[in-house]
Design a protein around this ligand. Sequence first.
Ligand code: SAH
Length: 468
Amino acid sequence: MRYFPLFLDLAGKPVLLVGGGDVAARKFALLCEAGARVTVVAPRLGAEMTEALGRGACKHVAREFGASDLEGQWLAVAATNDPAVNACVSAVAHAARIPCNVVDDRELSSFIMPAIIDRSPVQIAVSTGGASPVLARLIRERLETLLDGSLGPLAEFADRWRATIRQKFADIGARRRFLSWMLTGPVAASLRAGRETQAETLTRRALDDAQAMPQGHVVLVGGGPGNAGLMTLQGLRALQEADVIVHDRLVSAEVLDLARRDAARFDVGKFVGGGGASQEEINALLVEHAQRGEYVVRLKGGDPMVFGRGGEEIDTLRRHGISFEVIPGVTAALAAGAYAGIPLTDRRHAQAVRLLTGNSDEQLAQFDYSDLAAGRETLAFYMSVGRLVGLRDKLLAAGVRPEMPVAFVENASRIAQRVVTSTIDTMHRDAQAAQIKAPSMLIIGGVAGAAAEMQWFGRGIAASGGAA
Ligand code: SAH
């Protein structure tokens, strides 16, 4: 270990900053956040430091650095563009045993500053030992995305309950188990949802009644259309906290790869025409694991609330008193629109978009297609490639013109994506010729007419049945 990491309490402590330019201003801002009393030594101040001085945020000594400036200081930071001055600060500080940082010069520094992820009171400091500050910054950016803003309130919450919890659990193992439940399960979820009172109630109840503690938590997560980059940051966090993942067949391997390695996985894939687990079995699985106190992620393709039976699962969880969260995902219609370059609404063609499923003739028959016929609406059909003949007949009978454009988007957003354009009249034949398979979206409406030119992703477009 080349550097020893530590967190220094600088509140109210005198700190010397040598330099008045932009670089000094950045260090100044950090020192201020830590509550240090900063004295700036510099013949001239730049705009930012002048402004800080105006606010009364620092003391300014308007001259070159002199050895006596370091007297009584806890810490020194040299941020001038004159190497001789920086070296001098370093030498004097070293002789006086005052920790000193010279910006961008680790040879002259007795301490270096990390990249910081600040979720106060939680702080994460990243250092590469000065080897590559840019790498430290990249690591910081990655961590920033993983740690949402609720971490700070969570740590404060834990702090408030600390004494009570310590009193309740003399045994360290039991205390740890309680805390890990509190920091990852329904209590943490309540804080994320801005429900502090609920978090308090759950904690109190769990402390009063040991039976209440192993209550787990279920998160319905939208895994998006398959391209892992389309997962939300909240979804990613949930995947990395999961004890158990219950996922559909539609969820891509790429997305599953983001999950915690040692989470137990259940593939409850349902495919059109049966197979896989029944909804009742899935519900039972969620309840069973949550009741064991586990953190369960129910991972679905697209969005959990769009043709995802999210409502039924939430119903079950509510009936069993199990806490839950729902994290949206990019639904297939939106992915198909974006990745095939088809605007789902467009002032020239469509003022509205409808998400439908053409899974049965009865479903198809209950809709009114007059807006589509008038060319003011886009229809985005899920799960429909197996019923194209019936769909075509219904649409034509409703007065939709036979040459109305349609586009099939197969595997939207995935590398294997294909787009096939056609018309209502011939879509069943074209889909068959191109061997369009699930998962595919069928987009119908004037907006689909431009699909051939607008495409920017994946393999080339195939019009009217030609192979891509
Ligand atoms: N909850 C999901 C939909 C589940 S229904 C969502 O919000 O997207 C399953 C149907 O979604 C599939 O039959 C197909 O029509 C559509 N679908 C899902 N992923 C898709 C993808 N990557 N490309 C095209 N269609 C997709």
